[in-house]
Structure formats: C-alpha cells, structure tokens
Design a protein around this ligand. Structure first.
Ligand code: NOJ
Length: 556
C-alpha cells in the first residue's frame, strides 16, 4: 500500500526570485520566504521545493551554480537559510532543495581550474572533445538554449559540452572523483537537516560514450537523444541513494526530460533504491506541433488525456511514482494553455486543481497557482530577461519568422510567463517589493493572496480542501485509475477504485453547457460531492455541466 507521507502530501514550488522581497532590491529573498511560512502552512502543504539559491552568476537564474556550499548574497546568507529551515520545520513544513549536478556554472572553481589546460586535475570533471575533421563542433548536438551544444575553448583548441546555456558546462559523471565530490556535497546538505532534493535534468547526466550525431531536428523535440536516460544513469542514482538519500531519509524527485514510463519505473520503484518520484513532461508537449516547442498551437484534450492516462496506468503497473503538475518555472501558466484565463478564470483554476488532485502521484502547486495568476503577456522582447526565451526569439527571426509572430509564440510558450512576481496585495507591485521588481508584468491585475484569503469561496480554499482530502483518504494514493471518455474533446472524466470505494472526477473543458451521465454500472450508488467549482447541492446520474465545471464525486 502507498502510505508514505509524501505520497499523500502536496509540494509547493517556490521560485524565490519572484516570491517575496524584503530588502527592496526587487529580487525575492530567503527572509521573504520566512515571512510567508504561516501563509504556506495555512494552505496545508507538506513540502516546499525551493529553486536554486546557491552562489551563481545568474545566467540561468541560479541553475548555473558557482558554489554548492553558499547562498547567493542576493537571496541572503546561510544563517538566513538555517533560520528558514528551522522555522519551516517548526510548522511541520519540510524543505526540498533544488540540486543541479548535470552541469555547473563556468564560474565554478572546478571549471576555472579545468580551463587552465589539459593537464589540470579538474579538466576531466567536464566533457572535452577535439574538433570534428572539418574543425567544427565534435557532433551535431544542440543546446536547449539554441545553437550548438559545444563551445570552443580557443586556448586548448578543444570544445566543451553544454547541453544548456553556454555558461553551464556539463559535468563528466564518468569520473569517479567528480561523483565523490557530488555525493559528499549532497551529504553536507543532508547533515544540515534538509528533507530532500529536486534533481535538475537528472536523466541527462550519463552521456553515450561514443557521442554519436543526433538525427533529430531540435533540442526541444520529444525524440530520444544520446544523453537521455543514458547507460549509467541508474547506477549513479542508486549510488546517490545509498550515499545520501537513504541515510538522511530524503524525499527526492527527478526532473526527467524526454523520458519513458519504463525508465521512470526504474527511477522510482522503491525496490531499485533510486528516487522517490519523477517529473515527466509529455503532457506539457501536447501543444508542440511535430514536437516543436517554438510554434503557435492549441492542444487537443484527447491528446492530454491519452498522455496522462498512459502515465497513470504504466507507472502504477510498474510500481513507479508520478509527480503531478500543471506548471512550473519552465512552463507558461496552465490557465490560458489548457482552459480559460479570462471570463472563466476562477472556474478554470478550480477545474484544473480538481482534475489534477484526483490522480495518483504526488501533487505539486507552483506559486501563484492558488490565486489563479495568469501569464505575463509581454509585448516586447526587451521585457524578457530569460536567456532561453531571448535566444529562441533570435533563432525564430533567423528562421524567417516575423517579429510579431515570434513575440506571439513567446507569449504562448515562454517560461518567463510564470516568473512574474507573486501578487500578495493591492499595494504597489502587489506587495512583492518596495523597489523595482526584477521582472514586471505589463498588465494590471487585482487577483491577490489578500483577496483570496478573505473570500471563503476562493481557489486558495479549493486547494486547501483538496490537499486535506488526499491526506485523509487512501483512495487517492492507491486507487486503480481508469479513463472514462477517451474520445471527447470537451469532457475529461476518470474513475479511481480502491477497497470497494469509487471516486469519479469529471471536468468540462469548454465554455458551453454539456450533458454528462454517470456510467450506468454506478447508477444504484449513493453519490456524494467531495469537491466542486459550482454550487451544487444535489447530484444525480444525469447532469448538465456548466462552463468549465468540475466535480469530484464519491460513490458508495
Ligand atoms: C531545468 C530547470 O528547471 C531550468 O529552469 C533550467 O534552465 C535547466 N534545467 C537547466 O538547468
């Protein structure tokens, strides 16, 4: 039986830079998180995932780590962090650190040493190759931040690999000394008393040793690459588990790019002693036409349901464990993408929450989802700070896409959309900062935490109840999953079964009224509404669902 606290619990993701600023520099900080702990405790979440706050030149907002053992001064000090940990624990909130070990920053001491020459002892901490016969990059791998994944170091005449930004060289996991340094560093965090790790792009750490050319068009497409789920990744994670996670009772989630259910079962089946759970992104690609991210497209509900159902069924069958989410700091907000962020904004936010929280896995909320924050809707490239978005824009123009179209595509697809600051209240900059925010939305919006807390019917309280439901009822962590209508482009309905109990979740993903009938085999059951987003006293077997209506129904 799935009965671990984190299987019934909910994680709240904080993007510290945009969460709460207490010193007026326009950048959120650790003290800002401390200030909001009571708010987070009130929501009822179990675990906080904090995106990286280590020392970093911030070329990729902290995913480029220059020192694993210190906090970046823009976020605060290690003393602030220790206080955060202590105060979170005092409220029964656990803390999961974001850990990036696929690459470091070019400013990391190891890379600075490695640059000194081929004989330097740190050279082999990174991946270096001689140029191809024509003098160009060693192979055709593409960086996820556009362009080649190889950068020439003119001093040595060799290229280094960077699957991400050019200032983020990939680490060489084949080197046992590097492995040892990483395990020791993670154990150091374990000694500090943190509760676990979110492991950045962890299924990329083991590269195919032959470094063959890829046949695939873009770095973002859904194809399997020669560094995805590579030959030794499971060994490395098992080792990490033995050396760190098991010892400190850590809960862990791996970020898995372009993976498969088969691999994720291996990562997360407890018998293999690797990770607790895995993020996969296949449901985030239903609006990538032909696997292309930087293109404008609407998703089809049938695709979304098919992908999510496949992961529900396969992971359950293989004894793996899913991390469930609609958005994060790398995705646009889910509201406009999957439902409606205008006339039905509140209904849509609740609909998405109800659909996600009925599934099997550990549920995640990204900051601002609980108040239905919307996309940034930037209209000019100068408003984007994110290197990935800016590079993609340049690439689109090079590819002949017009400026207007490229900007529209960014408005739909850029991850910057979810990075605008939290909206706490009606004060200037929504109470996020007394200074100038590092990233500012152009639209006025009066949806705030303050209003949500004051309104008993707000989305905040929908999440609060859903979190409690999942903790109290075993069916959510354990029930069998069955997709009901796979063909409808309007209705998303599914069933969970456990121990003689049934829960049915149904959502109307349209602005029209639509008739829906409970499956006939359940017509004689007693029905009870567990959660809904419209006032509905009674429930019968035949319903007319209102626009974006969602119901979670218990049958006995
Ligand atoms: C995934 C992180 O979530 C993303 O923000 C970052 O750019 C890449 N990994 C590279 O670390």
């Amino acid at each position: 039986m799935n009965n671990e606290w984190w299987q019934k619990g909910t994680v709240y993701q904080i993007y510290p830079r945009s969460f709460n600023d207490t010193n007026g520099d326009g950048i959120g900080d650790i003290r800002g998180i401390i200030e909001k702990l009571d708010y987070l405790a009130k929501l009822g979440i179990d675990l906080l995932w904090l995106t990286p706050m280590y020392v970093s030149p911030q070329r990729d907002n902290g995913y480029d780590i220059a020192d694993y053992y210190a906090m970046d001064p823009q976020y605060g000090t290690m003393a602030d962090f220790d206080e955060l940990l202590e105060k979170a624990h005092a409220r029964d909130l656990k803390i999961m650190m974001d850990m990036v070990v696929n690459h470091t920053s070019y400013q990391h001491r190891w890379f600075q040493e490695a640059l000194k020459g081929k004989d330097n002892p740190y050279r082999d901490y990174y991946i270096w190759k001689d140029p191809a016969a024509d003098g160009g990059p060693p192979n055709n791998w593409l960086s996820k931040f556009s362009g080649s994944a190889w950068e020439l170091d003119t001093a040595s005449g060799q290229y280094y690999l960077h699957l991400y930004e050019v200032g983020m060289p990939d680490l060489n996991w084949e080197n046992p000394k590097l492995q040892e340094e990483i395990y020791q560093m993670m154990a150091w965090w374990g000694e500090k008393g943190i509760d676990g790790f979110r492991l950045d792009v962890i299924n990329n750490i083991s590269k195919n040793p032959d470094f063959p050319n890829d046949s695939l068009a873009t770095a973002q497409d859904d194809g399997r690459k020669f560094y995805v789920d590579g030959p030794h990744v499971h060994e490395y994670l098992h080792q990490m588990n033995r050396r760190v996670f098991d010892k400190y009772h850590h809960v862990t989630v791996g970020e898995m790019s372009s993976t498969t259910p088969e691999e994720c079962i291996k990562y997360t089946n407890p018998e293999r002693q690797e990770l607790s759970m895995a993020f996969n992104f296949h449901h985030m690609k239903v609006d990538y036409p032909d696997g292309k991210k930087w293109a404008s497209a609407k998703y089809k509900l049938t695709d979304l349901k098919r992908v999510m159902a496949e992961w529900q069924l396969k992971m359950a069958e293989g004894g793996g464990w899913n991390a469930l989410f609609w958005t994060n700091h790398d995705q646009p907000r889910a509201l406009a993408r999957f439902a409606d962020d205008q006339a039905y904004r509140e209904k849509s936010a609740k609909l998405l929450a109800i659909i996600l929280f009925g599934l099997q896995g550990t549920t995640y909320i990204y900051q601002g989802e609980e108040i239905a924050m919307t996309d940034a809707n930037f209209t000019d490239i100068s408003q984007y700070d994110d290197a990935e978005s800016r590079n993609a824009y340049k690439q689109m123009l090079t590819d002949g896409i017009s400026e207007a179209d490229a900007l529209q595509i960014l408005r739909e697809k850029s991850r910057e959309n979810s990075r605008i600051p939290m909206q706490w209240n009606d004060e200037k900059h929504h109470g996020f900062t007394d200074g100038e925010p590092w990233l500012a939305p152009i639209h006025e919006d009066n949806w705030t935490v303050e209003k949500a807390l004051a309104d008993p019917d707000s989305i905040f309280y929908t999440y609060q109840r859903l979190i409690a439901l999942r903790r109290d009822r075993d069916i959510f962590a354990n029930g069998d999953f069955k997709l009901l209508d796979a063909k409808s482009e309007i209705i998303y309905d599914y069933e969970r079964q456990w121990n003689g109990e049934t829960v049915i979740v149904v959502g109307n993903f349209s602005a029209e009224e639509v008739a829906w009938e409970l499956p006939a085999r359940h017509h004689d059951k007693t029905l009870q509404i567990l959660e809904s987003n419209y006032p509905r006293e009674d429930i019968t077997t035949n319903l007319v669902l209102q626009p974006y209506e969602a119901l979670m129904i218990h049958l006995s």
